[in-house]
Design a protein around this ligand. Structure first.
Ligand SMILES: [Zn+2]
Length: 165
Protein backbone atom coordinates (compact mmCIF):
# COMPACT_ATOMS: atom_id res chain seq x y z
CA UNK A 1 0.00 0.00 0.00
CA UNK A 2 1.32 3.40 -0.94
CA UNK A 3 1.19 6.33 1.43
CA UNK A 4 1.63 9.99 0.77
CA UNK A 5 1.32 13.22 2.72
CA UNK A 6 -0.67 16.33 2.09
CA UNK A 7 0.92 19.46 3.47
CA UNK A 8 -0.04 23.09 3.66
CA UNK A 9 2.15 26.03 4.51
CA UNK A 10 0.37 28.45 6.80
CA UNK A 11 1.72 31.81 7.85
CA UNK A 12 0.91 33.02 11.34
CA UNK A 13 1.25 36.64 12.36
CA UNK A 14 -0.36 39.41 14.35
CA UNK A 15 -2.51 42.24 13.07
CA UNK A 16 0.38 44.69 13.35
CA UNK A 17 2.56 42.46 11.17
CA UNK A 18 0.10 42.58 8.27
CA UNK A 19 0.66 44.94 5.35
CA UNK A 20 -1.47 48.09 5.35
CA UNK A 21 -3.65 46.69 2.55
CA UNK A 22 -4.18 43.39 4.39
CA UNK A 23 -5.07 45.30 7.56
CA UNK A 24 -7.66 47.20 5.55
CA UNK A 25 -9.15 43.94 4.26
CA UNK A 26 -9.26 42.50 7.79
CA UNK A 27 -10.88 45.71 9.04
CA UNK A 28 -13.57 45.36 6.38
CA UNK A 29 -14.22 41.76 7.43
CA UNK A 30 -14.53 42.89 11.04
CA UNK A 31 -16.89 45.70 10.07
CA UNK A 32 -18.94 43.25 8.02
CA UNK A 33 -19.84 41.27 11.17
CA UNK A 34 -22.23 44.15 11.93
CA UNK A 35 -24.32 43.00 8.96
CA UNK A 36 -24.70 39.53 10.38
CA UNK A 37 -28.19 38.17 11.03
CA UNK A 38 -27.50 35.53 13.68
CA UNK A 39 -30.42 35.35 16.13
CA UNK A 40 -29.94 31.58 16.58
CA UNK A 41 -26.19 31.04 16.91
CA UNK A 42 -25.25 34.54 18.08
CA UNK A 43 -22.09 33.88 16.08
CA UNK A 44 -21.42 36.79 13.79
CA UNK A 45 -19.08 36.24 10.86
CA UNK A 46 -17.83 38.79 8.38
CA UNK A 47 -15.95 38.21 5.13
CA UNK A 48 -14.22 40.72 2.87
CA UNK A 49 -13.00 39.90 -0.63
CA UNK A 50 -10.36 41.94 -2.44
CA UNK A 51 -11.23 42.12 -6.13
CA UNK A 52 -8.78 42.55 -9.01
CA UNK A 53 -9.80 46.21 -9.47
CA UNK A 54 -8.92 46.95 -5.83
CA UNK A 55 -12.50 47.14 -4.64
CA UNK A 56 -13.59 45.19 -1.57
CA UNK A 57 -16.84 43.26 -1.38
CA UNK A 58 -18.13 42.18 2.01
CA UNK A 59 -20.71 39.78 3.35
CA UNK A 60 -21.99 38.48 6.66
CA UNK A 61 -23.72 35.27 7.72
CA UNK A 62 -27.49 35.25 7.35
CA UNK A 63 -29.42 32.73 9.42
CA UNK A 64 -33.00 31.54 9.05
CA UNK A 65 -35.56 29.77 11.21
CA UNK A 66 -35.42 27.02 8.58
CA UNK A 67 -31.74 26.42 9.34
CA UNK A 68 -30.42 25.15 6.00
CA UNK A 69 -31.87 28.21 4.29
CA UNK A 70 -29.26 30.49 5.85
CA UNK A 71 -25.89 31.25 4.32
CA UNK A 72 -22.35 31.73 5.61
CA UNK A 73 -20.51 35.06 5.36
CA UNK A 74 -17.96 33.68 2.91
CA UNK A 75 -20.52 32.56 0.35
CA UNK A 76 -22.64 35.66 0.89
CA UNK A 77 -19.59 37.75 -0.01
CA UNK A 78 -18.40 35.54 -2.87
CA UNK A 79 -21.79 35.28 -4.54
CA UNK A 80 -22.30 39.01 -4.22
CA UNK A 81 -18.80 39.65 -5.60
CA UNK A 82 -19.40 37.39 -8.58
CA UNK A 83 -22.81 38.94 -9.21
CA UNK A 84 -21.53 42.48 -8.97
CA UNK A 85 -18.26 41.87 -10.86
CA UNK A 86 -18.90 38.95 -13.23
CA UNK A 87 -15.65 37.42 -14.47
CA UNK A 88 -13.43 39.48 -12.15
CA UNK A 89 -10.64 37.78 -10.21
CA UNK A 90 -11.00 37.51 -6.45
CA UNK A 91 -7.52 37.97 -5.01
CA UNK A 92 -7.92 37.60 -1.24
CA UNK A 93 -10.56 36.89 1.35
CA UNK A 94 -10.39 37.91 5.00
CA UNK A 95 -12.69 36.36 7.60
CA UNK A 96 -13.45 37.54 11.15
CA UNK A 97 -15.92 36.37 13.77
CA UNK A 98 -17.49 37.62 16.97
CA UNK A 99 -19.63 35.71 19.43
CA UNK A 100 -21.76 38.52 20.83
CA UNK A 101 -25.05 39.16 19.05
CA UNK A 102 -24.53 42.87 19.55
CA UNK A 103 -21.38 44.46 20.81
CA UNK A 104 -22.17 45.05 24.49
CA UNK A 105 -22.03 48.65 25.62
CA UNK A 106 -18.60 49.52 26.95
CA UNK A 107 -16.87 46.44 25.53
CA UNK A 108 -13.69 47.52 23.79
CA UNK A 109 -13.88 46.96 20.06
CA UNK A 110 -11.12 44.36 20.01
CA UNK A 111 -12.64 42.22 22.75
CA UNK A 112 -15.71 41.71 20.61
CA UNK A 113 -13.79 39.41 18.25
CA UNK A 114 -12.60 35.82 18.61
CA UNK A 115 -9.12 35.28 20.06
CA UNK A 116 -8.30 32.63 17.50
CA UNK A 117 -9.22 32.60 13.83
CA UNK A 118 -12.19 30.73 12.49
CA UNK A 119 -11.97 28.88 9.25
CA UNK A 120 -14.50 28.56 6.41
CA UNK A 121 -16.81 25.53 6.39
CA UNK A 122 -16.44 22.84 3.76
CA UNK A 123 -19.27 24.14 1.61
CA UNK A 124 -17.74 27.62 1.48
CA UNK A 125 -14.34 26.16 0.60
CA UNK A 126 -15.91 24.26 -2.29
CA UNK A 127 -17.79 27.35 -3.51
CA UNK A 128 -14.71 29.58 -3.29
CA UNK A 129 -12.56 26.94 -4.99
CA UNK A 130 -14.69 27.18 -8.09
CA UNK A 131 -13.87 30.88 -8.43
CA UNK A 132 -10.22 30.13 -7.71
CA UNK A 133 -10.15 27.50 -10.47
CA UNK A 134 -11.55 30.10 -12.88
CA UNK A 135 -9.46 33.12 -11.94
CA UNK A 136 -6.38 32.06 -9.94
CA UNK A 137 -5.38 31.63 -6.31
CA UNK A 138 -7.38 33.38 -3.60
CA UNK A 139 -5.30 34.06 -0.49
CA UNK A 140 -7.17 33.42 2.76
CA UNK A 141 -6.60 35.61 5.82
CA UNK A 142 -8.24 34.27 8.98
CA UNK A 143 -8.40 36.90 11.69
CA UNK A 144 -8.03 36.27 15.41
CA UNK A 145 -7.09 38.79 18.09
CA UNK A 146 -4.12 36.68 19.17
CA UNK A 147 -3.17 35.11 15.85
CA UNK A 148 -3.85 35.55 12.18
CA UNK A 149 -3.46 32.59 9.82
CA UNK A 150 -2.74 33.14 6.14
CA UNK A 151 -3.27 30.36 3.61
CA UNK A 152 -1.93 30.75 0.08
CA UNK A 153 -5.07 29.51 -1.65
CA UNK A 154 -8.50 27.96 -1.19
CA UNK A 155 -7.10 24.71 -2.58
CA UNK A 156 -4.64 24.59 0.33
CA UNK A 157 -7.69 24.44 2.63
CA UNK A 158 -9.48 21.81 0.56
CA UNK A 159 -7.35 18.92 -0.61
CA UNK A 160 -9.19 16.32 -2.66
CA UNK A 161 -11.93 18.72 -3.58
CA UNK A 162 -14.90 17.52 -5.60
CA UNK A 163 -13.54 19.00 -8.84
CA UNK A 164 -10.33 16.93 -8.65
CA UNK A 165 -12.17 13.73 -9.48
ZN1 LIG B 1 -19.51 28.30 5.18
Amino acid sequence: MKEFQISTTVKECTYDELSASDRELVDKAKEATRGSYAPYSHFKVGAAILMADGSIVTGANQENAAYPSGLCAERTAAFYASSRHPGMEMRKIAIAAATALHKPEGLPEEEYFQNMPISPCGACRQALLEYENLYGDIEVILYGRDSIFIFPSIKSLLPFSFTEF
